[in-house]
Design a protein around this ligand. Structure first.
Ligand code: UDP
Length: 247
């Protein structure tokens, strides 16, 4: 029983926002949704809900389908291309919803762009109520505004619903924040902890600066970790030092 709460441990936080990049869903290929990866990610979320007394909200990206910058780079109007990117996140959200519900986890998708036939509109108080009832809430369509990213949407939603942490899952094999790109620079060192201002001033690859600033201004800690290593979210909630803590 996922929602029973009987033997569930209290973790480090009562409520978390998990940011899943769109590319994580693509698996080995860089495009589309790999069903096995979706099941792997959903299984971890279900385990988190069954083992810990924690509310889980998710923000999904869309980079596996479309990125606004790609269109803008090819001469498209940037805002138009960004709206396409926001719609791409809805496709991932619906796929994740389906996968979670097949595993028995009740969910709701809320979108920042109205599309009443497929999902609820984003309503903060309603999202919080769903979380209190044990549903996983998936936020889609980013912030609803072009020129932003889903990292910023994750920071914004996390602050709005008073989450204790923003867990930013990476998919590219890097397991946290490094002093340089570890795939290009053999001297790159992993940082276990780093201050928001250092991320911003040193241009460290964590999240975009708008997202980091929003977290800094609202004292919301961020954990950047390898999403593809099973058990990482559970270990983070259990208090293990996984990835990089930005605070
Ligand atoms: N996007 C946007 N506003 C937002 C969030 C996303 O315009 O608030 C668009 C933007 O074009 C972005 C695309 O949606 O490239 C997909 O989101 P993102 O790149 O953040 O996805 P991820 O990198 O997490 O897969």
């Amino acid at each position: 029983m996922i929602d029973g709460g009987g033997n569930r441990r209290s973790g480090r936080w009562d409520r978390i926002v998990l940011k899943l990049s769109g590319e994580a869903f693509a698996g080995e290929s860089s495009y589309g949704i790999d069903g096995e990866i979706a099941v792997q990610i959903a299984t971890e979320i279900v385990k988190v809900r069954s083992e810990f007394a924690v509310d889980v909200a998710i923000v999904v990206g869309g980079g596996n389908i479309w990125r606004g910058m790609t269109g803008a780079g090819a001469g498209m109007d940037r805002a138009q291309a960004d709206y396409m990117g926001m719609l791409a996140t809805v496709i991932n959200a619906l796929a994740l919803q389906d996968t979670l519900e097949r595993l028995g986890q009740p969910t709701r998708v809320q979108t920042a762009i109205g599309m009443a036939q497929v999902a609820e509109p984003y309503i903060r108080r309603r999202a919080v109520r769903h979380l209190e009832k044990g549903r996983v809430v998936i936020f889609a369509a980013g912030t609803g505004n072009p020129f932003f990213t889903t990292d910023t949407a994750a920071a914004l939603r996390a602050v709005e619903i008073e989450a204790g942490v923003l867990l930013k899952g990476t998919h590219s094999g890097t397991d946290g924040i490094y002093t340089a790109d570890p795939r290009a620079d053999p001297d790159a060192e992993k940082l276990d902890e780093v201050r928001y201002l250092d991320v911003l001033s040193q241009g460290l690859k964590a999240m975009d600066s708008t997202a980091v600033s929003l977290c800094m201004d609202n004292e919301l800690p961020i954990v950047v970790f390898d999403l593809m290593a099973p058990g990482n979210v559970l270990a983070i909630l259990d208090g293990h030092s996984i990835g990089t803590l930005v605070s």
